[in-house]
Design a protein around this ligand. Structure first.
Ligand SMILES: [Zn+2]
Length: 176
């Protein structure tokens, strides 16, 4: 097991979490790290579930769906409800980057994916929280009707663990 020599951050989680990632439609991942008042969340969602666009849709339709989703992912409102305990400090999502990759597809021919349809969308949020958060609701399921579950890994100063979040049970109680 790794030692947390650099403090708690998502990179620590990512270093031992996403390596086991498999791309399965309907299933996403959520990494949560809490260090004092700072709460970080990273969602990794199959693009097919995130965009909810027919594979045969024309490129203009797909691009419009990407733009709409990018705007919604920018705010945490559509993603998670911290029940008023936290204020969003910053967010990042991979959609803009992916758009560039599409535009310069030939320059990225070293990528081994057989199709751009089968990738994941990442969205990361950093919150400042009044207290230690041990309960929040995932609102993402309303935004993405084909997404059924999230595998959640969490870590804080004292512990770490795994939880399953489902469409039917989107309210999370975590930490000990
Ligand atoms: Zn896929």
């Amino acid at each position: 097991m790794k030692k947390y020599t650099q403090g708690l951050c998502l990179s620590v989680l990512l270093s031992f979490g996403v390596s086991a990632h498999t791309h399965t439609h309907g299933q996403g991942e959520l990494l949560v790290a809490q260090d004092g008042h700072t709460l970080q969340m990273q969602f990794i969602i199959p693009a097919d579930d995130a965009l909810n666009v027919e594979r045969t849709a024309d490129s203009a339709t797909k691009q419009e769906a990407i733009n709409v989703l990018a705007n919604k992912l920018h705010t945490s409102h559509y993603i998670v409800d911290t029940n008023g305990q936290c204020v969003l400090q910053s967010s990042y999502n991979s959609l803009n980057t992916e758009h560039e990759e599409h535009a310069h597809q030939n320059a990225h021919s070293d990528k081994s994916e057989d199709s751009h349809e089968h990738h994941d969308i990442e969205a990361t949020y950093t919150f400042n929280c009044k207290t230690t958060v041990n309960r929040f609701s995932i609102t993402l399921f309303e935004l993405m009707p084909s997404l059924n579950s999230l595998s959640m890994q969490w870590i804080n100063n004292s512990d770490q663990g795994l939880l399953k979040i489902t469409r039917n049970q989107p309210v999370i109680n975590w930490q000990s």
